[in-house]
Design a protein around this ligand. Structure first.
Ligand code: FES
Length: 482
């Protein structure tokens, strides 16, 4: 069997049992010569190919991954390859943000009778992988720590919500409280510079409700726990998108949830606030004006302007007002139309693939593997059966390696494909401040580009794009080897 010159590389092939595996067999029977780099894994259908197979293979040392199945309209299960096509396109767009060259992954269609075509596909793909050379390993990457440039313009005015009608909101909650199990909002935490969730059950609890740039938590994360009970929730715009997504996935019922909303003017990036405050014994006071917050700790003043210290997600926010609400308070915040790349994602966009791999290596070496990112995510709904904890199937080891930790982030990000509302809770909850939201933002961008600008959590009645398919896709064009 002829092999391409030089060292044999490791290429993993996921072949559908009914067509491409048969095609490979036909090529073999016809003694059609093929490079020997490809290791074939037979799957029942391309619809069985989890995008994680591809990421795992590439992170674990494969130099290339090829997926091949029945031609569109020929799938043994009718539509398995239509669903697969959408997922495979998303994962293809996801690989570069991890620092993996997307040319190392390809998918195609080969029928059982197309032995000659199979030979051409394998030869062409193997030649492409040989041209790229052995894949860079995360273990060998040079660690790179870099901070995003937050001096970006915002799509809407950022502020501290000084004019928010908090008394009006409190009165409405008190009036509604007798019908509800509780209303979820925010209260001051262990000091005036930190806010924690509040579960209001009595009118006295309502007095504790606060509104402002410290309201970073997403209260929607608690709603599935109250399924079947009447509950109220106070939301910012991004929180309301999580509610829309929870409704879309039928994890909560609309009639059970009463939504109170005030337009949001942005929330602080507490990782940066805490870094700037450093070690302190006591917060002496917090004062706010429209432009920002002044925190006095141990007699020293620290100033945080909203235009410089808001969370990255706030700069490109297009939904400062709730997308869904029962009672709205305050004047709407105007949004300038336009595209906006979140700062952390813009930083990654500006890096080379090698730098991105080094960046994630450096970040994952800091990861404590505490799973706070998963636990804070309102859309991470299978955390009791999370595959990162599972031994059957055994997706991940418990090794404290950057590779395993990055793979966990890939799992989380891919499980949120078409579902992540960009609330940033994963990143906010990270105790070491790893900018993991960028991975979800890259997938959200890919989903938007592939599926007519789809955004998760806008329309509770919409069908998520990865849960459906189109026979003729508008933005997916088959890549053929001729
Ligand atoms: Fe071959 Fe579905 S059975 S792709």
């Amino acid at each position: 069997m002829p092999v391409l010159e030089g060292k044999e590389l490791r290429i993993v092939g996921f072949l559908c049992n009914w067509c491409s595996y048969g095609g490979a067999d036909t090529a073999g029977v016809a003694r059609a010569g093929q490079p020997t780099d490809l290791r074939v894994i037979r799957v029942p259908c391309t619809g069985r190919v989890d995008p994680l197979f591809i990421v795992k293979a590439l992170l674990e040392g494969a130099d290339g991954v090829l997926v091949s199945g029945c031609h569109p309209r020929d799938c043994h299960y009718a539509v398995g390859n239509f669903y697969a096509r959408r997922r495979l396109e998303v994962v293809r767009e996801f690989l570069p943000v991890l620092g993996i060259d997307q040319r190392r992954f390809a998918y195609t269609w080969v029928s059982a009778s197309e032995g000659q075509r199979w030979q051409e596909v394998v030869q062409k793909f193997t030649a492409e992988i040989h041209a790229l050379g052995p894949a860079p390993r995360l273990e060998d990457a040079k660690p790179l720590l870099r901070l995003a440039d937050m001096a970006l313009s915002s799509l809407h005015p950022l502020g501290t919500g000084q004019k928010a009608p908090l008394d009006e909101l409190k009165a409405a909650i008190r009036a509604k409280l007798p019908e509800l199990e509780c209303v979820i909002g925010w209260q001051q935490g262990y000091d005036a510079a930190h806010v924690v969730p509040l579960f209001m059950k009595t009118p006295e609890d309502v007095d504790k409700l606060v509104w402002g740039p410290f309201n970073v938590n997403n209260p929607a994360v608690y709603l599935p726990q109250f399924k079947g009970k009447k509950v109220g929730v106070v939301v910012k715009g991004c929180d309301s998108r999580s509610i829309a997504e929870l409704l879309q996935e039928q994890l909560i019922s609309r009639e059970d949830v009463t939504i109170f909303s005030i337009p949001c003017e942005g929330v602080l990036d507490m990782a940066r606030v805490n870094t700037e405050l450093g070690r302190y014994t006591k917060i002496d006071g917090v004062s706010m004006d429209e432009a920002g917050v002044t925190i006095t700790a141990d007699g020293r003043e620290h100033r945080f302007c909203m235009t410089e210290c808001a969370q990255g997600k706030c700069y490109g926010c297009t939904t400062p007002g709730a997308v869904i609400a029962d009672q709205r308070f305050g004047a709407p915040v105007e949004v300038t139309p336009g595209a906006h790349t979140p700062p952390e994602l813009a930083m990654l966009d500006a890096m080379s693939l090698e730098e991105r791999m080094g960046f994630w290596k450096a970040q994952m070496e800091r990861c404590l593997r505490c799973y706070a990112c998963r636990n804070a995510c309102p859309m991470c709904v299978c955390r009791d059966h999370c595959i990162s904890d599972s031994r059957e199937p055994h997706w991940m080891s418990q090794a404290d390696s950057a590779r395993d930790k990055l793979f966990f982030q890939a799992i989380h990000a891919l499980h949120l494909a078409g579902r992540c509302t960009g609330c940033g809770e994963c990143q906010r909850a990270c105790p070491v401040g790893i900018p993991i939201l960028a991975l979800r933002q890259q997938i959200a961008r890919a989903v938007g580009n592939l599926f007519d600008g789809y955004k998760a959590g806008i329309d509770p009645a919409a069908v998520p794009p990865l849960l459906t398919y189109a026979v003729d896709e508008t933005h997916i064009h088959e890549r053929e080897w001729k």
